[in-house]
Design a protein around this ligand. Structure first.
Ligand code: X2X
Length: 333
């Protein structure tokens, strides 16, 4: 077998060798990591894109997909991406904010009212602003963000009907300051835990609650270790498709264009898949034993306002980023 080193992966140009008298470009093998189960539309659409890329590149680029945090937690995989051990990674903007503070702005509580607002902002000026900040911090983000969805709250103890129901609730949140701040301001007791440890954290009652879109609750089988699902719709979340810039720029321009075309195309298809799932899964999850309730956003939003959530985050993001968000969703604070 030929090692990566022998293939000359550090060289700018792709080395050529001869098979059956014909010059062939060496095969590049890149790793793509995600934190979601293989059955989630994110991974289904990425698998399709990978097959198309391999085909369109004449076998020149082989991408190996590692779903389910197979290479480590989000925190660990982000450092592998930065070092170049992993070449591609999908990551929530909020978790990315440990490196790129502005990337959390899409997760401000109750900012987006619906998907129309989400995609016009994220495919428009707000998304462009965030991608610019990501580039300034040394990573490449592709144009089309993948959907995670509007997040709902599950618990093993009681349904969340009104803000007071959050009081003292031990809830798992992803590793990001905005998430911790939001749930503290609801009166809950948030604990930062990477996604690969959420199922067991719920199972062992390290925490009693978590929050995620229905497509994640279903594919990660969180309904097995939770009783109630409250439709809180408290924030929208998406996954940036990130590349290690050195690895990406090593690809010849034609190959780069193929990768961008396929991955951005996969994101658009995945958005439709996730929207359909999040609309239809309530029935299926009810059948699996989750008890659902709807909530009214107004008192939850008022609780955040009263706790100073919007004022604090407006200050932290700064006027430029905040006004870009408000231009897309209306006045927040
Ligand atoms: O960690 C989570 O909860 C998840 C899967 O939604 C994210 O990646 C933010």
């Amino acid at each position: 077998t030929i090692t990566r080193r022998q293939l000359g992966l550090s060289a700018a140009a792709l080395p050529l060798f001869t098979i059956g008298g014909r010059a062939e470009a060496a095969v590049l093998r890149y790793r793509l990591a995600t934190n979601l189960p293989a059955t989630h539309p994110l991974n289904v659409r990425l698998s399709e894109a990978i097959r198309n890329i391999e085909h369109r590149s004449g076998g020149q680029l082989r991408i190996m997909l590692f779903p389910n945090s197979a290479l480590g937690s989000d925190t660990e995989t982000l450092s592998q991406l930065r070092s170049g051990a992993v070449q591609f990674f999908t990551l929530s903007g909020l978790i990315l904010s440990t490196l790129v503070p502005d990337a959390a702005i899409s997760g401000v509580g109750f900012a987006f009212k619906d998907y129309h607002q989400v995609w016009s902002a994220m495919d428009g000026k707000l998304g462009a602003h965030i991608r610019g900040r990501i580039a300034a911090h040394g990573l490449t983000a592709f144009d089309r963000i993948f959907d995670n969805g509007f997040r709902q709250t599950t618990t093993g103890t009681h349904p969340i009907m009104q803000p007071a129901d959050f009081k003292g609730l031990k809830i798992r949140v992803p590793v990001a300051a905005l998430w911790t701040s939001l749930f503290k301001d609801f009166g809950a007791v948030p604990t930062s835990i990477n996604f690969n440890e959420v199922y067991s954290a719920l199972q062992t009652h390290l925490v009693d609650a978590q929050e995620n879109p229905l497509a994640v609750i279903e594919t990660a089988k969180l309904y097995e270790v939770q009783k109630y699902c409250s439709m809180t719709n408290h924030m929208w979340d998406g996954f940036w498709f990130l590349a290690n810039p050195k690895a990406f720029e090593k690809l010849p321009p034609k190959l780069r264009a193929i990768v961008e075309d396929e991955i951005n195309g996969a994101a658009v298809k995945e958005r439709a898949d996730v929207a359909k799932l999040n609309d239809s899964l309530r029935g299926k999850l009810s059948g699996q034993g989750l008890k659902f309730n709807d909530t009214n956003a107004a008192p939850f939003r008022a609780a955040l306002q009263k706790a100073g959530f919007y004022a604090e985050w407006k200050k932290r993001f700064g006027d430029e980023a905040w006004s870009t968000l408000e231009a897309a969703v209306g006045k927040l604070a």
